[in-house]
Design a binder for this molecule. Structure first.
Ligand code: IMP
Length: 185
C-alpha cells in the first residue's frame, strides 16, 4: 500500500484489507450467536455499505434476510447535515429484528434519520452494525452495537467509502493527509 491522490487530495494507507476482513469476520461470529433463531433483517445503507455488507454476509450462517436503503448527506469531505431518502425499504419490518449496516458513523445524522423512520414501523428491535465509527464527530445518542473500528475524525476512503464518487473500489482504507498548518523549522 502506498500514498494515493484523489481529486487532488493525498491519502495514506490506514486499514489493510486483511485487517478489515478479520474484524468483519469477528462481527459476523458475534451476530450469529446473538441472533440465532430470530431471522434478523439486515438493512444496508447504500452506497457505502456494499462491501462491508457483502463481506459480513460471508460469515452469517443463521437464517436472515437483507435489504437496502439509500440516503444522502455527504458533499465532498463534509457532512451536509441534511438527509434525504432516495430509495426506501421495501420489506415489512413490523415485528422484525433489524440490524442496520453502515459503512461509517460520523456525525450520526444519517443513522438518527434512519432510526426515526424505522422505529415508526414497529420492529421488534433495531441494532446498528458499522464498519467505522468516528467518536469525536458523533453527537448522537444512539447506541452503536457492533463497531468494526473506532477511527479519528479524519476523512477516509476505500472499501466502499468514496470521496466525491471516487475510491469505493479500493481494497484498503486510506486516511486523508491534512495540509501542514505550521512551516517546519
Ligand atoms: P453521518 O450522517 O455524518 O454519520 O455520515 C454518514 C455517511 O457519510 C456515511 O454513510 C458515509 O457515506 C459518509 N461519510 C462520513 N464520513 C465519511 C468519511 O470519512 N469518508 C467517506 N464517507 C464518509
Amino acid at each position: 500500500m502506498s500514498k494515493i491522490t484523489i481529486h487532488g487530495k493525498e491519502f495514506v494507507p490506514y486499514l489493510s484489507e486483511g485487517q478489515i476482513k478479520e474484524r468483519v469476520r469477528a462481527m459476523g461470529v458475534e451476530i450469529n450467536s446473538n441472533y440465532d433463531g430470530k431471522n434478523p433483517l439486515f438493512v444496508g445503507v447504500l452506497n457505502g455499505c456494499f462491501r462491508f455488507a457483502a463481506e459480513l454476509m460471508n460469515h452469517i450462517g443463521i437464517n436472515s434476510e437483507i435489504n437496502f436503503v439509500k440516503l444522502n448527506s455527504y458533499r465532498g469531505t463534509e457532512s451536509s447535515g441534511k438527509i434525504s431518502t432516495q430509495i426506501g425499504l421495501n420489506s415489512d419490518v413490523e415485528g422484525r429484528h433489524l440490524i442496520i449496516l453502515e459503512d461509517i458513523v460520523d456525525t450520526g445524522n444519517t443513522i438518527e434519520h434512519l432510526m426515526e423512520g424505522l422505529r415508526a414501523e414497529n420492529p421488534a428491535s433495531i441494532k446498528v452494525a458499522t464498519l467505522l465509527y468516528k467518536p469525536e464527530a458523533y453527537h448522537g445518542d444512539i447506541k452503536l452495537d457492533y463497531v468494526g473500528f473506532e477511527i479519528p475524525n479524519l476523512f477516509v476512503v476505500g472499501y466502499g467509502l468514496d470521496y466525491d464518487g471516487l475510491g469505493r473500489n479500493l481494497n484498503d482504507i486510506y486516511q486523508i493527509v491534512l495540509p501542514k498548518t505550521h512551516p517546519e523549522i
